[in-house]
Design a binder for this molecule. Sequence first.
Ligand code: C5P
Length: 205
Amino acid sequence: MQFTVAIDGPAAAGKGTISRALAREFGFAHLDTGLLYRAVGAKGGNAVLAAQGLTPDDLARSDLRSLEAGEAASQVAAIPEVRAALTAFQREFARRDGGAVLDGRDIGTVICPLAEVKLFVTASAETRARRRWLEAGEGAASYEDVLRQVRERDARDMGRADAPLCPAEDAVILDTTEMSIPQAVDAAKASVAAKLAELQGQKHQ
Ligand code: C5P
């Protein structure tokens, strides 16, 4: 069975948590596509060559989750040739047998425009910055610094010419500002379950 769940949205909106929960619930494979861009940014040097030659070892680096790696990722992600070099891998992953969840910025709009389920997970910049700041722990950047970085990253991701961050026309918008994690996860599960039931119903008609 091929079944793709595309999850897009800005940094720290809850995409990762929701994606992992969906993968666990429905037995789908999960690809955090942000890691691809983080690995390209962390490699340094020529970003296009780095993207074309990305290896599993590059994705296993322990420093990819840092704020700096996110910043570097957002810069290389604006280069069209970098995005092009990563497209085929993501599309193949999406159509693997058994179903797949991909989370990123352009999954529902560019990588998998025919995904069976598209979710756009968002939250206010302040809420997202608070989550990132709490995650990073004491001694890391101040809340104000994190909020500034979140806003800068939003502006870059939404303003770039190639594959800007925006919801697909047919995406379900999930605003997690006022939601708990279980509430957001339940809403996402309901969307996937409804689509699976619909496809199942069509098969039996
Ligand atoms: O989701 P994450 O914070 O790991 O993504 C890091 C950066 O990679 C984003 O800010 C964005 O610029 C870029 N990205 C992208 N397209 C994706 C996933 C991530 O442009 N599908």
